[in-house]
Write a new protein. Structure first.
Length: 216
């Protein structure tokens, strides 16, 4: 049950050190500021209870609690980036910490660490190249660290697939937004981190075998 306890601790750290209320407030603001203020605490508590319950139910379902915790962090990161275009560093660090735990169970942990460095280095190079050549950022630093954390769990080949699919879904969402909403209602830029999170969650769930036993 060690990994179950670890998952709950990580989730607790995410809620106490990260701005969970920000995405909750953004989700409720469509109902008006008074409603948002009234139900913000209850929805935040409900979100924590739901994610904690998913981690607690993971072992009986034969799912790794660490995998479930990683999915919970990806959900929080996706919501924050969609609402505020911000990936809280605390949550990204917790996600990277889960990936680092996984290195213990790999045959070549050094190779996986180097792969994560390659992913982060490639994105930093891309970011700086756009900044020098065009005077604008291709992506934020939060996206870079998020991709590096994901690479610790998936490896470089799968992470580059995730980034490619996230770029495609981001462009598609941008085209849909431009077609359906007037300019004054469009958000600035694409929430690339949100797309990385959702595609990463799919890959973690369906295309990889998380090595941490659900019962160890």
């Amino acid at each position: 049950m060690m990994w179950l306890a670890l998952g709950l601790v990580v989730l607790g750290l995410a809620f106490t050190t990260g701005p969970v209320r920000f995405p909750v407030r953004a989700a409720l603001r469509c109902a008006g500021p008074q409603v948002a203020k009234r139900f913000e605490g209850a929805v935040t508590l409900g979100l924590f209870a739901g994610l904690a319950g998913a981690i607690l139910l993971a072992p009986p379902l034969g799912v790794s609690p660490v995998l479930m915790t990683a999915l919970a962090l990806l959900l929080l990161l996706a919501a924050s980036d969609a609402a505020w275009r911000w990936l809280p560093p605390v949550w990204t660090m917790l996600l990277a910490g889960l990936g680092s735990i996984q290195l213990i169970y790999l045959d070549d942990p050094l190779l996986r660490t180097l792969e994560a460095g390659v992913v982060a280095g490639a994105l930093i190079t891309l970011r700086q190249s756009f900044l020098w050549l065009r005077g604008q950022e291709a992506l934020g630093l939060g996206d870079v660290w998020l991709a590096g954390a994901v690479a610790l769990m998936l490896g470089a080949p799968l992470t580059f697939q995730v980034l490619g699919l996230a770029a495609c879904s981001g462009l598609l969402s941008c085209a849909v937004t431009q077609a359906l909403f007037p300019p004054q209602r469009r958000r600035l830029g694409v929430a690339f981190g949100t797309h990385i999170c959702f595609i990463s969650a799919i890959y973690l769930t369906w295309f990889t075998s998380f090595p941490l036993s659900a019962y160890s």
